[in-house]
Design a protein around this ligand. Structure first.
Ligand code: HEC
Length: 213
C-alpha cells in the first residue's frame, strides 16, 4: 500500500494511538491524560478568544519601556579628600591595579559602560556599587578609624588571595579587571606594607577591633 492510499481515518487513529502510548510511557493514567487534554483544549480556546499572548507580550514590552525612566543615581565625581593615599603613599603600580580592578565598586567614581543605562542592568549595578562602597571605599579610607583601616587591609589581602575580589560577576564582563598571580602578589604585599605603616603610626591596641580587645 503506497502512502497516498492510506485512509485519513487510519492516520488519525495511528496518531492518537502513538500519543496514547507516549503518555503511557510517561506513566500517566487515562484519567490524567483526559484531564491534561481538557486543560490544553481549554487554554487554546481561551487563548483564541482573548488573544492572551498578545496582551502578555504588550504588557512586557510596555513595562520594559517604562522602567527605562527610573534611573538610579550615578556614583560619579565624589570627593577624594580622604583617599587611601593620605594614609601612606600608594605606588603608581598599585594605584593602577586598584583603579582597574576595584574602584568601580569601591570608590566615589564609577566608570559606567553603555549597558548600565539599560534597566534593570543599571539597578543591579547600582546595588552592587552601593554595597561595595559601604564595605570599603578607597576614597573615604583615610577617614576610617585606625582599627577599621587595619582590618580592611587584612580583608583585602584575604579576598584578593582567595580570588573573591574583584567579583566574578564583574570580571565576567570586564575581563581586563581580572588579576593574575603576579598582580595579586603586588596587591597583597602592598596591604602588608600598609599594615606596617599603621603599626608604626598607632599604638598596638588602637588597631584591634573594638570588642575583640
Ligand atoms: C563589581 C563590584 C566589585 C568590584 C569590582 C570589587 N568589589 Fe570588593 N566588594 C564588592 C561588594 C558588593 C562587596 C560586599 C559584599 C561582599 O563581601 O561580597 C565587596 C566587599 C569587599 C571587601 C570586604 C569588606 C568587608 O568589610 O567585608 C573587600 C576587602 C573588597 N571587597 C576588596 C576588593 C578589592 C581589593 C577589589 C579589587 C581587586 C574589589 N573588592 C573589587 C564589590 C566589588
Amino acid at each position: 500500500m503506497s502512502e497516498k492510499h492510506v485512509n485519513r481515518k487510519d492516520v488519525v487513529f495511528i496518531h492518537e494511538k502513538n500519543n496514547f502510548i507516549m503518555f503511557r510511557l510517561l506513566n500517566l493514567s487515562v484519567s490524567k491524560i483526559l484531564r491534561i487534554k481538557f486543560w490544553i483544549h481549554y487554554f487554546c480556546r481561551v487563548n483564541k478568544k482573548r488573544k492572551i499572548w498578545k496582551y502578555i507580550l504588550w504588557t512586557v514590552l510596555l513595562a520594559a519601556v517604562v522602567i527605562q525612566f527610573f534611573r538610579p543615581a550615578e556614583n560619579t565625581g565624589g570627593n577624594k579628600d580622604n583617599h587611601i593615599s593620605k594614609v601612606a603613599a600608594v605606588s603608581p603600580r598599585v594605584a593602577r591595579l586598584l583603579d582597574n580592578s576595584c574602584n568601580d565598586c569601591h570608590s566615589n567614581t564609577t566608570r559606567y559602560p553603555w549597558y548600565s543605562y539599560v534597566q534593570p542592568v543599571g539597578w543591579w549595578l547600582a546595588a552592587h556599587v552601593k554595597d561595595g562602597k559601604k564595605h570599603l571605599n578607597f576614597d573615604e579610607f583615610a577617614a576610617y578609624r585606625p582599627y577599621r583601616q587595619f582590618h580592611k587591609l587584612e580583608e583585602i589581602d584575604e579576598l584578593v588571595a582567595e580570588q573573591e575580589m574583584p567579583l566574578e560577576s564583574y570580571t565576567w564582563i570586564h575581563s581586563g579587571a581580572r588579576l593574575d598571580a603576579a598582580q595579586r602578589e603586588i596587591l597583597i604585599n602592598w596591604t602588608k606594607d600598609m599594615r606596617e605603616v599603621l603599626k608604626a603610626k598607632y599604638p598596638a591596641d588602637s588597631l584591634v577591633m573594638p570588642g575583640k580587645k
